[in-house]
Every structure is written in C-alpha cells, then in structure tokens.
Write a protein of this length. Structure first.
Lengths: 108, 270
C-alpha cells in the first residue's frame, strides 16, 4: 500500500469515526432526546464492551470454536478483582498485562 | 444556589448582552438560558493543571496500549508514518486495532470502513450525553471537542461534570492530552516494533484489560449487569455461528434492547 491508499483508508475511517462524535454535539446540544432513547442508549457502552470481550474470553479465535478456560479468561478474573478494588484504569491495564505475561511464561 | 448565565449560541460574551439591552426582543430570541452548577470553577488559572491531573490515568493506560498497537502495526507491515497518520486521523483505539487485524487478514476497504463505523457508533451516545454540559459554546469549539471523545475521556469528563467542578477548557485538556499521548505512544511502538518480540510483557492483553476495567466501572445496577451477561452470551453465539464482524453490532443492539425492557419492567413493578 502506498501513501494515497493509506490516506483514503485512514481518511475514510477518520470520517466515519468523527461523524458520530460530532453530530450530536453540533445538533443536539440544545435539544432534548426522548427518555426511552436515552435509556436505551445508556445500555450501549456495557453491551459493546461485552460484545467485544466475548470472543476474546470464550473462543479460540484462530478457528472460531468455543474454548472455555482460556488464559485470557483466567487472567480476567484477578484483573477484574483488581479493578474492583482500586478503581484505577491505568494500573488495571498494567496488572492485567503483567498477569497475562506471567501466566504465559509459567503455564506453557 | 445555581447561577444563570445568558449565552449566545455562537458567541459566549456576556458584555454583548449589556451592550444590546435596548434590543430586548431580538436578544430574547437569540439567547438561551443556561444553568450552570454553583460549584463551577471560579479560578481560571489552574485549568491546565486540573485537566492534566484528571487525564493522567488515561495517558498511563494509553502508553502500553499505544505501544502495543504500534508494534502490531509494524509487524503487519504498516510504515511508521502511516501508524502516526492513522492515530491522528482516526484516534480510536479499538477501531485501530481492528483495522490492523483486518489489513493483516486482507479485508477490503469497505469492510474496514463499515466495521470502523459500527465499532465507533457508540460515540454517538457519549457525544449526546456530553452535549448537555457544553451547550452555549461556539460550534467551532464543539466541533474541535468532538474529535477527542473516546470511551476513556468521556468517562473521566462525565464524572467530573457530574461533580460540578469542571468546564470546557478542563475537559478539552483531558481530550487533547490523551490524544497526544496516543499519537506519541503508537508512533514509538511502531518505531520500536522490530526490537520488541510479539506479545512481550503481555502487550497483547492491554486492550482486553482496559475493556474489562471500563466494563466493571459501568456496572451501576442490575439492568447493566443483565445487559452485559446478555451481550456476552449473544456475542459468543453470534461469533461462533455467523462469519464476519457483525457480532459486535448485532449483540450490542440485542443486549441493549433486552436491558432496556428489563429496566422498564423493573421500573413498572417497583
């Protein structure tokens, strides 16, 4: 891929990412959304995060089969407990990485 | 005691109001009344310091993730300048990871664009929610602020706005410091790519750990918990039986709808 290929790809990605960030701020800043929509939208962050996590935690992504007891899932448990205890995003990321690294070293 | 300010949608100048008092009728149609919290910051000299203090956990979390993305990009054969360009133009962690993975898998331009759009559609909600706290600002400033809305900056800024001691300058500082950290760390990762073996120090797990922590911080009550469980179940099944990346949108919309009706049922039977 050359410069113009990357420019088209990242320009397009930038545009489709920017539009949902920009439209509500630009047009809805002084309008009120209906309550049912606010309630429904409030469920979206949790739903998206779980949807992104599910295949990582419960499946073998190389051949799309169910795989319970993955390292990713086992490490997730202490990582979640640490996040619950400290409420810190930055340190949780580091602890999760460290645990994953260690379990890779020792469990293989 | 809440304070009331008069803001013109395109011009945040209170003096204009005094100057034009004889045109009361025109002013009444042009100005909107904005209620601000009584604890809104009085002292305006410390905005950068306070913004930086709020931003540091985000920056701290972005460094390993940004390095990991840069390394992956490098290993996928993406040049360093292109990694920097992607971070500046897109500035969305998960979409950038997915883009690198899809490029490696030989996905088409349209598939990547559609996936990026779907994955980042969630920012629509965040932008709507944060808009409440930024009404009355010039549209140019709002357009610039929109660029920096991410899961992390949104979560941090909303928590501060709810407490009251927060304003546009501080929130923008959080957005832009996170943005700068992201651009620098992805570039560094791409530069060091050839020196760091794949997955060293658990970098492969950085994004997963961040998602886990962000998820945990959002489980405020039983309906969110149920939404999460539904999304995990539906996404796993969808992923196993339907090829492609449609599971993200499909499971999110289904689970949010389940959570929404559960919340309605719960509210009705209280």
């Amino acid at each position: 891929m050359n410069f113009s290929d990357y420019l088209i790809l990242f320009g397009g990605m930038g545009l489709v990412t920017y539009l949902p960030r920009w439209l509500p701020l630009f047009y809805l800043a002084q309008r009120k959304l209906p309550q049912w929509l606010i309630d429904w939208l409030s469920m979206i962050p949790v739903a998206i995060l779980c949807s992104l996590l599910a295949p990582i935690l419960f499946t073998d992504q190389s051949n799309r089969t169910l795989y319970l007891g993955k390292t990713e899932f086992l490490v997730a448990i202490p990582t979640l407990l640490f996040a619950l205890k400290t409420k810190s995003l930055g340190t949780t990321v580091l602890v999760g990485m460290g645990l994953y690294w260690l379990s890779d070293l020792f469990l293989q | 005691m809440p304070r009331y300010y008069l803001y013109h949608p395109d011009n945040i100048i209170l003096k204009t109001l005094k100057f034009q008092t004889h045109k009361k009728k025109t002013i009444a149609t042009q100005f909107v009344i904005v209620m601000t919290d009584s604890t809104a910051p009085e002292d305006d000299s410390s905005w950068f310091r306070e913004g930086a203090i709020a931003a540091w956990p985000i920056c701290f979390g972005y460094i390993p993730i940004g390095l990991a993305l840069g390394v992956l990009g490098n290993q996928a054969g993406i040049p360093v300048w292109a990694v920097t360009m992607m971070s500046i133009m897109v500035f969305a962690g998960s979409a950038q990871f997915i883009c690198v993975a899809m490029l490696t898998a030989g996905a088409s331009l349209w598939a990547i664009l559609l996936t990026t759009f779907v994955v980042n559609l969630r920012h629509f909600l965040m932008s709507s929610a944060v808009a409440v706290h930024l009404s009355g600002l010039r549209r140019l400033l709002l357009s610039f602020f929109a660029y920096g809305i991410t899961d992390e900056s949104f979560a941090v800024n909303m928590a501060r706005f709810r407490k009251g001691n927060w304003d546009f300058k501080r929130a923008l500082t959080v957005n832009q410091l996170s943005n700068m950290t992201w651009i620098l760390s992805t570039t560094c990762g791409a530069l060091m790519g050839q020196f760091i073996p794949r997955g060293a120090f658990g970098t492969d797990y950085a994004l997963t750990a961040m998602f886990l922590a962000l998820l945990l911080f959002q489980l405020h009550n039983i309906s969110f918990f149920l939404t999460g469980l539904a999304a995990l179940l539906i996404a796993t099944l969808w992923y196993l039986f339907i090829p492609g990346n449609s599971y993200i949108l499909g499971a999110s919309v289904s689970a949010a709808t389940i959570g929404f009706f559960f919340k309605r049922y719960q509210d009705r039977h209280k």
